[in-house]
Design a binder for this molecule. Structure first.
Ligand code: PGA
Ligand code: ZN
Length: 415
């Protein structure tokens, strides 16, 4: 049995040029190193108030190199639940603010990588065991807004889901075509302002709805059928829009009540091929979330609303029908898995998600495949911190050959 012989933390840099934390876990027999694992903490910009709290990077690094290292040394690396329990106990706070969620999530994920490396398996296989697996269905950002593009448009993510694709590789191929077509349309309109934090275009639209029309146009320009081959997913990240009792859509010059927002979103769903909306209402607005989930015939995803907490999901009482899973939102691999297991038991959909501040770390792709989470959200189709994850999915699909379970897109989003 491989045991942890060393844990190291270091400061590295993320996709926004901000410092973050990397952890490295070395395992062996006795004092002989056998294998190692590494992971980097991501960082959000539109964070939910219920998220586990990070500490500043020098402190997180110091915590890894001292207290966490001392606590984990000599423990078996194969018992992820016990390692995560140790980290949670050592921190001793409800929000991981003593050691820092950034320190804890990097170490937790690095342990998972080290365990897989010691077993000489890719992480996805180590997590899946003998179970057959499928590649997840991606939600890929074409236009970025909200906190990731200085509020140029209010809706944070305009994404595509290739609901008719027969494989992960085909979904990426179609997305590449839509992304190129969307860029060409923006350039022609003089509305191309660059690329937002997650790799989608930073557009200069005149209204939030114009982005929907342009996205449908881009899908058609790519030679694909909107609503049949490729549909639309939105993340409103509505906690960011909520102030003083209403939802502010600055680009449209309007402040909407929850009822008005509900009506506007239902109208959008009628007019455009939208199959999924994330955080349509603010994190505290459970009543509005419940009413919308009941009324809308689509996937309604809770991100800030659930902050990857199994307990919040179990209390949902009809609010949302899917959950976003972000390991750093809750802090450990085991707690992320618990939220996914709760979702599955309740019949909720689930999407493993990256953050707006990312790196070359591809752990979440392995979690999605290994745990059988049916969807994956990583951001856009440019910037290498995004492409590294899509490309990792291609490698896994290639390694599976014909042995993968059927690709779930058509079954998930039958309309
Ligand atoms: P964040 O946004 O990583 O900036 O919090 C991602 C999301 O809202 O899904
Ligand atoms: Zn979100």
């Amino acid at each position: 049995m491989a045991r942890i012989i060393e844990v190291r933390g270091r400061r590295v840099w993320d996709s926004r040029g901000r410092p973050t934390v990397e952890a490295e876990v070395i395992v062996g027999r006795g004092t002989t190193p056998l294998a190692s694992g590494r992971a980097i903490a991501p960082a959000g910009a539109s964070t939910g108030s219920g998220e586990a709290k990070s500490v500043d990077v020098p402190r997180a690094v110091q915590n890894i190199n001292t207290r966490i290292r001392d606590a984990l040394r000599a423990l078996s690396v194969s018992d992820q639940a016990a390692l995560d329990r140790r980290l949670i106990e050592l921190d001793g706070t409800a929000d991981k603010s003593r050691l820092g969620a950034n320190a804890i999530v990097a170490v937790s994920l690095a342990c998972a990588h080290a365990a897989a490396a010691a077993a000489k398996m890719p992480l996805w296989r180590h997590l899946a065991g003998e179970r057959r697996v499928a590649l997840p269905v991606p939600q890929i950002q074409i236009f970025g807004g909200g906190a990731h593009a200085r509020g140029r448009v209010d809706v944070q993510d305009y994404m595509v889901i290739c609901i008719g694709a027969g494989s992960f590789a085909e979904a990426l191929e179609w997305t590449a075509q839509v992304y190129a077509a969307a860029g060409a349309r923006l350039a022609k309109k003089g509305a191309l302002q660059g690329v937002a934090d997650e790799g989608g275009y930073w557009p200069a639209f005149k209204s939030n709805e114009e982005a929907l029309a342009e996205l449908v146009g881009a899908i058609a320009d790519a030679g694909l059928e909107p609503g049949v081959d490729v549909s639309i997913a939105l993340d409103l990240a509505a906690t960011q829009l909520y102030r003083g009792g209403s939802y502010h859509f600055a680009l449209d010059g309007r402040a909407l009540s929850a009822e008005q927002l509900h009506a506007m979103l239902l109208r959008w769903i009628e007019s455009y091929p939208i199959v999924s909306i994330e955080d349509p209402f603010a994190e505290h607005d459970a009543e509005a979330m419940r009413a919308f989930t009941e009324a809308a015939p689509i996937q309604v995803v809770g991100d800030d609303f659930f902050v990857t907490r199994a307990a919040k999901l179990r209390n949902a009482q009809g609010a949302c029908n899917a959950v976003l899973l972000k390991p750093n939102q809750v802090g450990t691999v085991t707690e992320t898995l618990a939220c996914w297991e709760a979702a599955r038991a309740m019949g909720y959909g689930a999407i493993i998600s990256a953050r707006s501040g990312e790196t070359e770390d591809v752990s979440i792709v392995h979690l999605a495949v290994g745990w059988g989470v049916p969807q994956l959200k990583v951001g856009g189709f440019s910037r290498s911190e995004r492409m590294a994850k899509w490309n990792e999915g291609l490698r896994i699909e290639g390694a599976l050959g014909g042995k993968a379970l059927p690709y779930p897109a058509r079954k998930l989003f039958r309309r």
